[in-house]
Unconditional design. Structure first.
Lengths: 124, 382
């Protein structure tokens, strides 16, 4: 998982060429608690960096998920709707969307694993 | 009159520092690694390590222990105590029997709800009342503006309040605290040593609320927690438990903008009661029909709707709004409460609930969502 990048909002992103896979981190997953519903976007939707593109509902609250990169959503992991336990820091099962980036430079400033670990430590 | 407390609240707000208040069990919550957050000015446990779902189900199956010490506890004492309570609420307190608790609301001159509370008669001229944490300061201010010279209002700030809720609560009370409640009925109070124990709660389960001196609170909390049937339960599960029972949450499902009749708790109005704030409006709505009424909503499709979600008819007409909502662990579906225009919507109607621009199918239902398992209030009741 070492080539994942991380955001302040606890999303992870994996870049392959001009495509970004986006999911939520283990830290986020623990903070959310028991999940009950995931609202997914449609394929083809254009998003800008910072846009909310999905909402995860836990027993406690609704939490928005943001994209750290701009572009077009070219794939949605519909499997998550009925398998919320797969929503985790796992490239194979846990990705929520794939975004074809319009500005790949946006991905470059994100934290690496070490920086993100320090960031989450500073939160507790 | 009512604007007086608003002014006071504004002044209090200006003077308030950023420090949160704590209950006598704050250290116990931290030791249990609870997730803490601000509620009504207090730093309170939202959930413990096992999480909301497990806590909810544990309470339904065993016994859950809640710290509700943030709530206000007051004693109303004096020759005109019952008359004083009747000057604040539409309920009958003159005829309330000793040791019996009653759910009521304090009303504004326009029939709105200042707070909902449970009042128990401790003696001929002595009552015990429990107020919502977020309302207690305004309640006490409001009560003082109406207080007759021969009645005392005493805020028991040195007492904690624990709720022990669930089918094993009676057994736990006996085994952990040595208190036998086997002959105690629902909505009754018992004084045992320093404990003031009421058989009631906010979960729909059999259970108790235990008022105790703050100095003994931690020890009592520990004794109860050591019982294998008991786990600590946070405010998040308290909310999902009460939501399944259709109990209104003050500040959300009931406010100064909603009347008791609209809130579908018109049964709290004593049939012979006169001379309470908002009487003409409340009587008028009881005789006719209120413009809107609080109902339950079940989502029949996937999704979760919370406070603020809009309710529409299938033809797209706006019926009302959610005042609270969430996921029901017992029913494994999303549920909520909201106010629906009485001319446009009725129980059984299919509706659309708009969440972030997306319409989710639902149906208007009666409350509660889950049948209560509280003990009978009357000896011969089923």
């Amino acid at each position: 998982m070492s080539d994942l990048k991380y955001t302040n909002d606890h999303e992870w992103i994996k870049v392959e060429g001009d495509t970004a896979w986006i999911g939520i981190t283990t830290y986020a997953r623990h903070a959310l608690g028991d999940l009950v519903y995931l609202e997914l976007p449609e394929t083809g939707r254009k998003v800008k960096k910072g846009d909310n593109f999905a909402v995860v509902e836990s027993v406690k609250a609704a939490s928005e998920i943001y994209t750290p990169v701009s572009g077009e959503i070219i794939a949605v992991n519909d499997n998550l709707s009925d398998n919320l336990e797969d929503l985790k820091e796992d490239l194979n099962k846990g990705w929520i969307v794939k975004v074809k980036m319009s500005n790949p430079a946006e991905a470059e400033g994100l934290m690496d694993q070490g920086a993100y670990a320090k960031f989450t430590e500073s939160l507790s | 009159m009512y604007s007086q407390w608003l002014n006071k609240q504004y002044m209090d707000h200006r003077q308030k520092g950023k420090t949160m208040k704590t209950t006598p069990l704050h250290a116990a919550h931290l030791a249990l690694k609870a997730k803490m957050a601000e509620f009504a000015g207090y730093d309170m446990p939202i959930n413990y390590e096992t999480g909301v779902l497990a806590e909810h189900n544990w309470t339904r199956e065993n016994a859950g222990l809640f710290d509700v010490s943030h709530m206000g506890q007051v004693i109303v004492d004096g020759p005109d105590a019952a008359a004083f309570l009747e000057s604040l609420t539409p309920s009958d307190f003159q005829n309330l029997k000793d040791g019996v608790a009653k759910y009521t609301v304090m009303t504004t001159d326009t029939g709105g709800i200042i707070d909902d509370l449970i009042v128990t008669r401790l003696g001929e001229n002595r009552f015990f009342a429990v107020l919502n944490a977020g309302c207690k300061d305004k309640d006490i201010f409001w009560m003082n503006t109406k207080l007759p010279a021969n009645v005392n209002l005493l805020h028991l700030e040195d007492r904690a309040l624990l709720a022990l809720q669930g089918p094993k609560a009676e057994t736990v009370l006996k085994e952990a605290l040595g208190v036998d409640a086997s002959n105690m009925r629902y909505m009754r109070i018992m004084e045992s040593g320093d404990y003031i124990i009421s058989r009631l709660g906010y979960t729909g389960e059999d259970g108790f609320e235990i008022s105790i001196s703050e100095k003994d609170a931690a020890q009592t909390w520990d004794k109860l927690l050591q019982h294998p049937a008991v786990k600590p339960i946070g405010l998040a599960a308290r909310d999902s438990l009460r939501l399944e029972m259709g109990y209104p949450l003050y500040g959300h499902d009931i406010t100064t903008k909603t009347t008791p009749v609209e809130a579908d708790i018109g049964w709290i109005v004593g049939k012979d009661r006169v001379g309470y704030p908002g009487e003409s409006i409340i009587r008028g709505q009881l005789a006719g029909s209120p413009p809107r009424r609080r109902v339950g909503i079940k989502l029949t499709d996937k999704g979760v709707a919370r406070e603020g979600a809009e309710i529409y008819s299938l033809s797209g007409q706006k019926l009302g709004d959610f005042t609270s909502g969430g996921f029901s662990p017992t029913l494994n579906m999303s549920i909520g409460q909201g106010y629906v225009d009485t001319k446009l919507g009725k129980i059984g109607d299919e509706v659309l609930v708009r969440v972030r621009g997306r319409d989710i199918k639902g149906v208007l239902t009666t409350l509660p969502f889950v049948p209560p398992k509280t003990k009978p209030a009357k000896p011969n009741a089923a």
